[in-house]
Structures are given as structure tokens and as C-alpha cells.
Design a protein around this ligand. Structure first.
Ligand SMILES: [Zn+2]
Length: 236
């Protein structure tokens, strides 16, 4: 096979390998991102509960104020009752007392209701705080793993870059420019094999003349349809 063609095949393999590092790095970083998002969402949920708890506290304080007011009212009515003279006056005071007692009871029930909600919210908050602790631990582990994984990717990448630089140094400048031009649009399918007399870049059948030139492998042959560099795949 033509030496230049062999170099082109090798160069296109290096370029492809270098490009394949990008999704690998992305997938590693995605795990980290997903876990961080989970942590953030849990913290937001806790902040929401805190807001609810604050609101409940205010409602309880308000209701407790009402309770003192109703209790004071009942006392006041009782005092008035002891001084009441007429039947009509007593009756009116009794009614007043009854209403105040009902209001007091309703307020006490309201306090119970609010406390129940408060207990539920507090329980949910405690559960979420456990989740936060778990995710935080997980995050520490993931960060350690990621840093070692990224290091090994970086090492591999450096090795390939070194091989590529060495190869480029040995290559003919004109052929290199020719390859770079094709690579601009064909990316990692700039140099493709021919299988069953078809270009494996555009998948179109190539004519007999081109095909036999590819088989000979003496020149650099491009696909008549798409312009990619062709080679006959040697069986491995
Ligand atoms: Zn083609």
C-alpha cells in the first residue's frame, strides 16, 4: 500500500480516538452534575418546609392571642354575672359566656390542628436532611472517582496526541492539507474503507475503475461521489 495512504489511515484513526474522549469526559461530568442537582433540589424542598413552619408559627401565635382574649372575656362575664341584678341581664351574660366558650374551644382545636401539621412538616424536614447527608457523602465519593478517571483520560489523550504529532512530523505537507480540507466537512469519516465496492462514507457504489485503483492501493483515491479518501480494508 502507498505509504502516504497508510499514514492517512493512521492519522484519521488518531483523530477519531481524540474525538471520542469528548463524550467520555461528558458522561463522567454528567454524573457529577446530576448528583449536584439532586442535592440542590432537596435543599430547596427543605427551605420550602422552613417557610411553611415559619408561617405556622405565626398562625399559632395569632390563635394563642385569641385564646387569651376569649379566656379574659369569660372571666369578665363571670365577674359581671356575680353583680347582675335583673333576669334579663343574667340571660344576656349567659349568652355572652356561651359564645366566648365556643370561640375558645374552636381556637383550641385550631391550635391542635396547626400542631399536627407542624409535626408532619418537621418529620418531612428531618427525612430530607437525612437525604442531604447521604447525597453529600455520595458527592464526595463521586468527586474523588471523577478526578482519577479524568486523570487517566488525560493520560491516554496525551499519549495519542504524542503519536499524532510524531506522525504529522513524518507526513507530506500537501497530503496533510488535503486531508484537513476533507476533515472539515467529513470529520471522522474522512478516510473510509471500501466494502462490497461501496464507499463507507456515503455508501454509494463506486465504478470499476476507481475500485481497481483502490484495490491496487498505489495512489490516494477519493470517492467520485463524495470526495472522501478511500482504501481497501485489509482483512484482520
Ligand atoms: Zn463516498
Amino acid at each position: 500500500m502507498n505509504k502516504y495512504l497508510e499514514q492517512l489511515i493512521q492519522l484519521s484513526k488518531f483523530d477519531k480516538e481524540i474525538d471520542e474522549f469528548i463524550p467520555r469526559v461528558e458522561s463522567v461530568e454528567k454524573t457529577l452534575r446530576t448528583t449536584k442537582e439532586k442535592l440542590e433540589q432537596t435543599n430547596i424542598a427543605i427551605a420550602n418546609i422552613d417557610e411553611n413552619l415559619e408561617e405556622l408559627k405565626l398562625q399559632k401565635a395569632k390563635t394563642n392571642t385569641h385564646i387569651s382574649e376569649f379566656a379574659a372575656k369569660i372571666k369578665e362575664v363571670a365577674k359581671k354575672g356575680s353583680q347582675a341584678k335583673s333576669e334579663k341581664e343574667i340571660k344576656a351574660l349567659n349568652l355572652e359566656e356561651e359564645i366566648a366558650k365556643e370561640q375558645l374551644q374552636a381556637a383550641n382545636e385550631e391550635i391542635q390542628r396547626l400542631e399536627k401539621i407542624e409535626a408532619n412538616k418537621t418529620e418531612s424536614k428531618e427525612e430530607l436532611e437525612k437525604v442531604v447527608a447521604e447525597i453529600s457523602n455520595e458527592l464526595i465519593k463521586i468527586e474523588a472517582e471523577i478526578s482519577s478517571e479524568l486523570q487517566s483520560i488525560e493520560k491516554e489523550r496525551k499519549e495519542i496526541y504524542m503519536k499524532k504529532d510524531k506522525l504529522i512530523g513524518e507526513m507530506n505537507q500537501k497530503i496533510l492539507t488535503f486531508y484537513e480540507k476533507i476533515r472539515k466537512w467529513a470529520r471522522n469519516t474522512s478516510v473510509v474503507p471500501v466494502k462490497k465496492q461501496a464507499c463507507y462514507g456515503c455508501f454509494m457504489q463506486i465504478n470499476d475503475k476507481t475500485y481497481s485503483a483502490v484495490i491496487k492501493g498505489e495512489d490516494i483515491v477519493t470517492c467520485p461521489h463524495c470526495g472522501r479518501i478511500l482504501y481497501k480494508e485489509t482483512q484482520e
